[in-house]
Design a protein around this ligand. Structure first.
Ligand code: 5GP
Length: 225
């Protein structure tokens, strides 16, 4: 899409803004241990930012009560997941707690090219591998204020057995070791999740206006104006 010619436009700021909007979308990756609150916070963030697109992952795990195909996940049989993986259908994929999870490639590439900002919430290794493919992606690590809250939250949602919860907590201990590779940390404090949503929102907003997000061409036009 061709950006507007702003030379003679009185409404300068608005036009520069349009220049920006016509660029490729930004990719936000919210990761962190299971039970940190990724699902709840990202849902709340999307309600605040209706233009923000969400990348629905594929998984081989069973749907939990209330989870819907194509909304929470694409639920695939193992053979189908493997077929798509072999045909490079995933940008990244991981085995987590005995199940496969993967980020569908086409949707992400198409959405960013169309200029929409996109958010996803893979586990930590997936987040790092996304950063390898998209070095401009913004990686946000979500943590509870206390590690013990992870267990409490996993118990409260009653979707995993005790053994599964124990395995998820063991994985969580490994995941926090990668925290320094992330761009931001957001703490999801108990009973104050609206503050964490506000923090996520601030990060997304600020990232949009970073100087390196503007194309060289648009910066030059601003300089020459
Ligand atoms: P759950 O079974 O609780 O929905 O997800 C288990 C873990 O897999 C969570 O940490 C979740 O963020 C992660 N996950 C979900 N989708 C993907 C994905 O596409 N790729 C990767 N690497 N992890 C994912």
């Amino acid at each position: 899409m061709k950006p507007p010619d702003s030379r003679n436009n009185k409404c300068f700021a608005l036009v520069w803004r349009e220049w920006y909007v016509f660029g490729p979308g930004l990719l936000f990756v919210v990761s962190g241990p299971s039970g940190a609150g990724k699902d709840t916070l990202v849902d709340a963030l999307r309600a605040r930012m209706p233009r923000l697109r969400y990348s629905v992952s594929a998984t081989t795990r069973e749907a939990r009560p209330g989870e819907r195909e194509g909304e929470h996940y694409f639920f695939l049989a193992r053979a189908e997941f493997e077929r798509r993986r072999a045909s490079r259908g995933f940008l990244e994929w991981r085995e987590y707690n005995g199940n496969f999870y993967g980020t569908p490639r086409d949707f992400v590439e198409r959405t960013l090219t169309q200029g929409y900002d996109l958010i996803m919430k893979p586990e930590v290794n997936g987040a790092l591998s996304i950063k390898g493919t998209f070095p401009d992606a913004v990686l946000i690590f979500l943590l509870p204020d206390r590690f013990s809250h992870l267990r409490a939250r996993l118990l409260a949602r009653r979707t995993e057995t005790n053994e599964e919860i124990a395995r998820r907590l063991a994985i969580a201990h490994e995941e926090v070791k990668f925290i320094r590779s992330f761009d931001y940390i957001v703490i999801n404090e108990e009973r104050r999740s609206e503050e964490a949503v506000r923090d996520l929102h601030s990060i997304l907003q600020a990232e949009k206006f970073r100087i390196h997000r503007f194309s060289d061409d648009s910066l030059r036009k601003m300089e020459d104006s």
